[in-house]
Design a protein around this ligand. Structure first.
Ligand SMILES: [Zn+2]
Length: 303
C-alpha cells in the first residue's frame, strides 16, 4: 500500500513498512534521507517533533518507527514533501542519551529503496514532586476496581485511534479554565499511603460551574459520563494524533463528532468521577502518551 498520490496535503504516513515490501525494493544506494528531532535536549513530559526530510528527487513512500513507549509513531505528510510526527517523552524516564531510528521507504525514479535513519537526543533529568492525597476510605476503595478502570480506559482509547490526518489546531494553546494550578503534571501520587501513579495531567481548582474552554481547535471524539475515574469527560482530537482531555465536569456542552473552536466553552467544572472536590483535570496526549499540558501552552506545537 503506497502513500496515496492525491493532491491533499493531509497525506498519512502511518503505514507499516511491511506493507510496502514490494519486488521493486532495491538496496539503498541513493543519498539517505534525514531524520531530525526537536527539541534536542528535552525533558520528560515534553513533546518531541520528528521530521523526515527526503533527499532531492525522492519521495517518502513509507515510514515505520517506534520511540519510547509509542510502538508505532504516526507520521503525516506536509506539502513540502517532508513527513512529521509527534512523540511524548514519558514522565517515568531518567535523563540520558537516546537513539531514535526510523525505517523509511523512499521512491526515486519509480523504484523503492529502504533505509534506516537515526538520530540522537540527550534528555535532561526531571524530578517530579511527591503528593500525598487523603480520601475517605469509602471513596478510596474504588481504587481496587481494576476491571472497571481498565474498561473505562479501553472506552476512551477506542475513540482516539484515528486522529484527523492534519493539524486542526491553530496558534497558541490556552489553559482551559481560570483558577489556581493545584497539582501539576507528573506528580508522584499516593492516596491514603498507597501508590496511585504519576499525574497524567494538570489540575485547575475552580468552583463548580466555571466555564471549561477548548484548549485549541479540534473535533470532539468523546463526550460522555464515565463513572469510575473521569466522570463527565470530553476528548478533543486536534489532528496529527494530538488530543486534549477534560474530566470531572458538572456539565457537558458538546457532542461527539462536533467541531470546536479554540476558546469555545465545551463544559463546566465539576466534581464527577474519582475526585475529592471540584476542579478541572485536563490532559494533553500524543496518541495514548500523556505529556505536560504546560508544554503546548508554553511552546505551542508546529506542524
Ligand atoms: Zn488531576
Amino acid at each position: 500500500m503506497f502513500f496515496p498520490e492525491s493532491s491533499t496535503r493531509l497525506r498519512r504516513f502511518a503505514l507499516p513498512i511491511a506493507a510496502v515490501m514490494l519486488s521493486t525494493i532495491v538496496t539503498a544506494r541513493v543519498q539517505a534521507a534525514t531524520l531530525r528531532v526537536a527539541p534536542s535536549s528535552p525533558q520528560p513530559g515534553d513533546i518531541l517533533t520528528l521530521t523526515v526530510y527526503p533527499s532531492p528527487g525522492e519521495t517518502i513512500s513509507g515510514l515505520s518507527m517506534s520511540a519510547f513507549d509509542t510502538p508505532e509513531v504516526k507520521f503525516y505528510g506536509k506539502s513540502d514533501g517532508t513527513a512529521r510526527g509527534f512523540v511524548g517523552l514519558p514522565f517515568d524516564r531518567h535523563g540520558g542519551t537516546f537513539s531514535l531510528k526510523a525505517l523509511v521507504n523512499v521512491t526515486r525514479d519509480g523504484r523503492v529503496a529502504q533505509t534506516t535513519l537515526s538520530t540522537r537526543l540527550i534528555a535532561r533529568e526531571r524530578v517530579f514532586p511527591t503528593q500525598h492525597i487523603s480520601m475517605k476510605s469509602s471513596t478510596a476503595s474504588k481504587m481496587s476496581e481494576k476491571a472497571a478502570f481498565a474498561a473505562e480506559k479501553a472506552r476512551v482509547q477506542s475513540t482516539m485511534r484515528n486522529s484527523y490526518p492534519g493539524a486542526l489546531w491553530q496558534g497558541n494553546w490556552i489553559v482551559p479554565a481560570q483558577g489556581a494550578s493545584t497539582s501539576a503534571y507528573g506528580r508522584r501520587r499516593y492516596v491514603n499511603g498507597h501508590w496511585w501513579g504519576q499525574h497524567n495531567g494538570a489540575d485547575v481548582k475552580a468552583q463548580t460551574g466555571t466555564p471549561v474552554r477548548a484548549a485549541n481547535s479540534g473535533r470532539v471524539v468523546l463526550s460522555e459520563y464515565l463513572p469510575t475515574l473521569r466522570g463527565n469527560c470530553i476528548v478533543v482530537d486536534h489532528g496529527c494524533n494530538v488530543f486534549s482531555i477534560y474530566m470531572h465536569l458538572s456539565k457537558i456542552l458538546v457532542n461527539a463528532g462536533q467541531s470546536v473552536a479554540k476558546g469555545q466553552v465545551i463544559g463546566r467544572v465539576g466534581a464527577t468521577g474519582f475526585v475529592t472536590g471540584s476542579h478541572l483535570h485536563w490532559e494533553v496526549r500524543i496518541g495514548w502518551e500523556p505529556v505536560d499540558p504546560n508544554h503546548v501552552v508554553q511552546y505551542g506545537l508546529s506542524f
